[in-house]
Ligand binder design. Structure first.
Ligand SMILES: [Zn+2]
Length: 417
């Protein structure tokens, strides 16, 4: 190829695939490599090996291709990635039956490590939990392996993460018992962190964490398939994930957090100008992706705009208890607060806060007084404290099923105290 660059003769069979980019090829004399843009052009003897290295995180087709394209260039990159994934037992056995829908991304925050989201994954088969923290700006993830989700175990792990990246201004979590505890509240106050609770039963509001947890769990399952220690595989996965262009921003999370390229398993050039600034690029891509996501949602989901206002009577979506249970609870509530798509309904002094999609405007005659008289005594109404176990149950079936009550009515079971 070096000869062809000098002579301009690209007509041999082995050079054909490179002919299309011949005008964009440069030579890095210092390192004796050919570049396409900033990427190293890989010779054919290395292509297979590097593709397999990129596949080690089991991140799937598009992420593996994105990771490779961040560092190297070679013809038929897509084809080699497909071959590598088709030949990977872990990836094949863990393949999703249906391609996942694009997630609606929430806006990036203004600065790295200013707003973080926290969640737990697990318990895993080993009994461990994973504490997951994601930076809303860069999508840079931190994962800690825990024996339990008690304050005593979690707070020292958070300390160590905050020591690494600094104390965030805002932390968003779900309404799990730990995040509602006095001790956690005091910890947040002490560090001066604004603690925000996400809308109950609305995992879409936590899309960064959800989008991360899926491949993380897949990597752990892949470790089981390949008979490797899963704790080690989590580190391998994290290195991969942090150096792979993120699906919405198309910039690796590590570059947005550190302003430099971290060294992963793929070949890179020693960089003289180490600092990089890809923040504007990430913002633009994020906006573009959001627009696409909105269009997709409008086309594929029946995204009914909520015209529910304060004072409206509504029914609340409920979990399925048996084949006969209805999708919505049959007891009307009254909307008392509207905050964007986050609505709060009240009945007999008990409040329920959910995303708008959980409410259905009740158009019939309400006969609220009759309801109150007939059901007040035997319906224990949903409130903030007894809805927690159900949230866990719905979001992650692997969690301990300490469910006490579903919407409205107590479950009659001798197993539930
Ligand atoms: Zn794989």
């Amino acid at each position: 190829m070096r000869a062809a660059l000098k002579t301009g003769c690209w007509n041999t069979d082995d050079l054909k695939p490179y002919k299309q980019i011949k005008d964009e090829i440069t030579i890095d004399h210092a390192n004796h490599v050919l570049l396409h843009g900033k990427r190293i052009i890989l010779q054919s003897s290395l292509q297979d090996r590097v593709t397999k290295l990129a596949q080690l995180g089991h991140q799937g087709h598009s992420k593996t291709k994105a990771l490779l394209r961040e560092y190297v260039w070679f013809p038929n990159l897509g084809k080699l990635v497909k071959l590598a994934i088709d030949g990977c037992l872990a990836c094949q056995s863990l393949a999703q039956p249906n391609p996942s829908k694009p997630l609606l991304s929430t806006p990036m925050s203004d600065h790295p490590w200013e707003h973080v989201k926290v969640d737990f994954c697990g318990p895993l088969l080993s009994g461990h939990y994973l504490l997951v923290i994601i930076d809303c700006y860069s999508c840079f993830p931190e994962v800690e392996i825990l024996q339990s989700t008690s304050c005593m175990k979690v707070i020292p792990k958070l300390d160590s993460i905050f020591a690494r990246h600094g104390i965030p201004v805002k932390l968003t979590s779900n309404n799990g018992p730990l995040f509602q505890s006095q001790e956690f509240k005091r910890y947040m106050q002490h560090l001066g962190i604004k603690h925000h609770h996400s809308t109950p039963l609305w995992p879409q509001g936590n899309s960064e964490v959800e989008a991360f947890n899926k491949p993380l769990i897949k990597a752990i399952k892949a470790a089981h398939v390949e008979n490797r220690p899963w704790q080690q595989e989590v580190h391998k996965f994290l290195l991969s994930y942090r150096s792979t262009p993120h699906s919405t921003m198309n910039v690796p999370p590590s570059q947005l957090l550190y302003n430099c390229q971290i060294r992963g398993t793929l070949p890179t050039l020693p960089r003289k100008h180490h600092l990089i600034d890809r923040h504007a690029e990430a913002h633009d891509n994020n906006e573009l992706k959001k627009e696409k996501g909105r269009n997709y949602a409008n086309q594929h989901r029946r995204t009914k705009r909520s015209f529910i206002k304060i004072g409206d009577k509504v029914l609340i979506k409920q979990g399925k208890r048996d084949k006969l249970s209805t999708n919505f609870n049959t007891t009307p509530n009254t909307i008392v607060s509207v905050n964007g798509s986050r609505l709060t309904a009240e009945r007999n002094g008990h409040k329920v806060t959910r995303n708008a999609s959980f409410f259905k405007k009740f158009k019939g005659q309400t006969q609220d007084d009759d309801y109150n008289m007939n059901y007040q005594t035997n319906i224990s109404h949903d409130n903030e404290s007894n809805e927690l176990p159900q949230e866990q149950l719905l979001r992650r079936s692997t969690r301990p099923k300490t469910q006490t009550k579903l919407y409205g009515e107590p479950i009659i079971s001798s197993l539930i105290p």
